[in-house]
Design a protein. Structure first.
Lengths: 380, 380
């Protein structure tokens, strides 16, 4: 496997001034000192063509930052692009095709307005479902309804995920929202798709994140404290939501999780913290169960009762998650790895968890079309 | 390394009826019988968002063809996407992360008109150059002028590349243009960017191509005649054309070529046939020299004097090349590999070359931002 030896991050924001290429470069800036070591660049990005009128963004980026002679590509898996890019970087290193890979995740969404963004993102849905009026927010709402019915879950308890995430975000200088919010504010925010409300969804953001990944053997040359990628599970499921058996669980997440635990030879209870793909509150809950961090039907308690808080028994989305940190599509999965990097190195400041030897992240394509689960650790 | 064990291809055409996902599926159709063996899918595609309002095309594709449980991603490197996707497939196999990878190259350009396509493709150029009015056709024209001046090359000799390519295309049932053309027709076609004329450029096409790639050890289970990927060179250069030293040569091609020859342990003179990235006539000539198939300044003779004909000493673009076969961006590099597959297996029919033990292809991103050179052979 491989190790993360350095990271870079821009603040995720509603509107950043740089163009999408310069935004990617801003995340890379702290890694400039490693430039000569980089022998491959993967740019995780989905929508630079549609949003920013830029194609071949990997080539634009390498030329912009004077990595002209370094091979590159764009890895796209919609909202799961970040995890997929890390998977491909790890694969390049495993195959000894590259030694040190720069992974950049970037999306600049503010070049379009909210309606345009929604329209563009909806193109990931199958035609039949899109035409019948399905949207990603409405799928999350449907999942919330199914979950509440199945497990007799309390509506407000689900909304507590947003309260917890905003609290964490308030401690993260890179987060889109850096303000705490109350349960009343969440429950009084506008309904987006019944029963879920505006504060329960990730916002549209601009942002970029960067990772320097190298072989385990090589890692020590960069830092005395590498963060090791112990396993990457990667699994897929149908994009036709109507073909899925169960709407309170995501098969791709379950399978990718099992694969990752098995590869890393760890148990769910060993995990010290997790960055989940909380495009909406309910998704954090469902994923926490799919990854066996909690028993089936028990996840909904865990934000309200403090279990998933930074000082709780199983801290989830210490970064603020997609809901509070923001969700610039291509950047999200890469930024999760930066949070794991900070936590495992003990550099997460006010967000620091105690049980920081082993963490995981999940990067989700679409509504579970595929998923990568990465296990990070302080040892190989 | 790895081996190609089966291929699929749609005809490249001005307008195909299927949508972009169904078009990809059409290329996959002959490979359906291998479905259970496929454990990874890479879709080479650049512009499905801009051209077809489809994102996450890899997920759409896997669900469309019932490969729902197979992991996938979209690999994008603009016009070089096909070669990059093959490189990544080979890497997955080398790393033993996958055993049998389906590579699909696809682009459906006819959903937009010619002006819209030109506008979309121009987004691969750096902003400064695009704003100064540079286009890919004008860069090819500039290259032609520089080359003619440097090597005192005959204008008509360059145009003969198109005559040769159309002749080859007339023998290829998958080609966009399947009609021979005369030197007079080429020289009388409209000037696109002086001195180059319409028949000297690749057309805008719809099309898809598919490869089944597996490990060398595994290949024999699929076919007694695998086509081995002996080497893949991959090199990059600045996207800022104005920063390049020489406009009669492409550094990324030279470097990727050297790398491929060295990895495959072959010499340029061992190569039996080549599929080059002839976005314009002059590019075939320059690449043939950059790959040392001909001496510097000698490539321009070779179409007119028959050297690069199917029965010539060094057949180039037996498929018809991008000029005659067509250039659906994401599909082109993948389709080149299908031609190598047919040639090496002796299945190229009227296009069959005699020296078919060793072939190469070059997939070019942009105007040489990066390039992959693949060496194919009948043995490991």
């Amino acid at each position: 496997m491989s190790a993360i030896v350095d990271v870079g991050l821009t603040r995720f924001q509603k509107k950043r001034e740089e163009n999408v290429v310069a935004l990617a470069a801003a995340a890379y800036k702290p890694l400039l000192r490693h430039a000569e070591k980089i022998d491959f660049v993967i740019v995780a990005n989905s929508y630079s063509g549609e949003l920013n009128l830029v194609s071949g963004i990997n080539n634009h980026f390498t030329s912009h930052v004077s990595l002209d002679k370094v091979r590159s590509l764009r890895a796209d898996n919609i909202s799961g692009s970040g995890g997929t890019a890390i998977f491909m970087a790890d694969t390049l290193i495993k195959a000894k095709v590259a030694q040190t890979v720069l992974v950049i995740g970037v999306e600049k969404m503010s070049d379009k307005n909210t309606a345009e963004n929604a329209e563009i993102i909806s193109t990931l849905l199958t035609e039949r479902e899109r035409e019948s009026g399905v949207t990603l927010p409405s799928l999350a709402a449907l999942m919330a309804k199914s979950y509440m019915q199945e497990y007799n879950a309390d509506r407000e308890a689900i909304a507590w995920v947003a309260v917890k995430s905003h609290k964490n975000g308030s401690l993260n200088q890179y987060a889109h929202y850096q303000k705490e919010t109350s349960i009343q504010q969440v429950m009084n925010s506008a309904i987006v798709a019944d029963p879920l409300r505006a504060f329960e969804y990730s916002p549209i953001s601009d942002g970029a994140a960067a990772l320097l990944i190298t072989s385990n053997e090589n890692a020590i040359k960069f830092t005395p404290k590498p963060v090791f990628i112990k396993a990457i599970g990667f699994a897929a499921d149908t994009s036709h939501l109507t073909f899925r058996d169960d709407f309170t669980s995501i098969e791709a997440v379950r399978e990718a999780g099992k694969m990752a635990y098995s590869m890393a030879n760890v148990k769910p209870k060993d995990i010290g913290f997790a960055e989940l793909h909380d495009m909406a509150t309910i998704l954090e809950i469902v994923q926490s169960e799919d990854l066996q961090l909690f028993d089936r039907g028990q996840g909904w308690h865990c934000a309200r009762d403090g279990t998933t808080a930074i000082d709780g028994q199983m801290p989830i989305n210490t970064s603020g998650g997609l809901i509070s940190k923001g969700h610039p599509i291509g950047a999200s999965g890469v930024a999760q790895a930066t949070e794991a990097f900070f936590q495992i190195r003990g550099e997460a400041g006010a967000r620091q968890v105690k049980s920081n030897k082993l963490g995981l992240s999940i990067s989700l394509a679409g509504f579970g079309n595929n998923a990568t689960v990465i296990v990070y650790g302080d040892s190989e």
